[in-house]
Ligand binder design. Sequence first.
Ligand SMILES: Cc1cc2nc3c(=O)[nH]c(=O)nc-3n(C[C@H](O)[C@H](O)[C@H](O)COP(=O)(O)OP(=O)(O)OC[C@H]3O[C@@H](n4cnc5c(N)ncnc54)[C@H](O)[C@@H]3O)c2cc1C
Length: 309
Amino acid sequence: MTILVIAEHDNKVVAPATLNTVAAAAKIGGDIHVLVAGQGASAVADAAAKIAGVSKVLLADNAAYAHQLPENVAPLVAELGAGYSHILAAATSNGKNILPRVAAQLDVDQISEIISVESADTFKRPIYAGNAIATVQSTAAVKVITVRATGFDPVAAEGGSAAVEAVSAAHDAGTSSFVGEELAKSDRPELTAAKIVVSGGRGMQNGDNFKHLYALADKLGAAVGASRAAVDAGFVPNDMQVGQTGKIVAPQLYIAVGISGAIQHLAGMKDSKVIVAINKDEEAPIFQVADYGLVADLFEAVPELEKLV
Ligand SMILES: Cc1cc2nc3c(=O)[nH]c(=O)nc-3n(C[C@H](O)[C@H](O)[C@H](O)COP(=O)(O)OP(=O)(O)OC[C@H]3O[C@@H](n4cnc5c(N)ncnc54)[C@H](O)[C@@H]3O)c2cc1C
């Protein structure tokens, strides 16, 4: 059994979600190969070769893969992946963009967002916004799987010494082209990789008031997230949204401020190790999942908390 893991990267560094995906592959068992599709991405391949448990790195370095357009990367993965028992990618925007196309091209069903590996062909995945867990058994010849990173502790980034092999196959479907990107820059940790997340909801009232959360987060070394209501109201950008239609996080500590705890928000954070809720409404559903709850006005509680940190 040999498993192909698609590396998540930006042509410079391997994204942490790759380490969680390799962890899922290790649970399946067998040889683990990592595919790096990009341009000028040899540093990524070298880093991938050091990941614990990886036995080979395939480097497809070509202008067609520079921005990892799914129309170009999917045929590459389908071509290479046909010889593998499993193809795994993190359930990130990229992974979710590429793997369904791969599954279609290989004419197999995709298994989405697994959170545990029961055996080489049986996996658990959340359904109904995480309210039920389905156990899925696949008979597909090649199992095409996206991995929910929070379900697997990452393997070590160092310790392996895999060989890097160049792949010459170049697929340029010619159906899409890269126009540009606007990336949010922040000195705070990335939301999905942060050990502590402080999130604000509609109770924050406006974007300016998020300064209270930024101040607390900076003292804690935390990332800042938000509910969809806060995002939809324009308080903060979309990439801060936590939940069913946002990012899935499972930090050591999640502090929900002025968030009611709608089921769609809980779907993105209820696996956090410790949940703290600050809400002035003692009936708010967030208190049902919180380990520690503070019934208080956030505009008093958050600055006080910040002073104590
Ligand atoms: C298909 C679908 C997908 C969705 N996806 C997501 C998703 O990914 N993420 C997400 O978050 N939501 C999502 N939602 C929306 C979700 O249903 C809720 O509407 C949303 O989570 C509510 O956000 P909120 O808790 O910030 O706002 P509210 O529900 O309005 O809660 C605000 C809370 O702030 C408290 N509050 C107000 N003022 C103060 C104060 N001064 N001090 C302390 N507490 C205060 C209130 O008591 C209240 O509990 C989705 C909905 C649908 C239908």
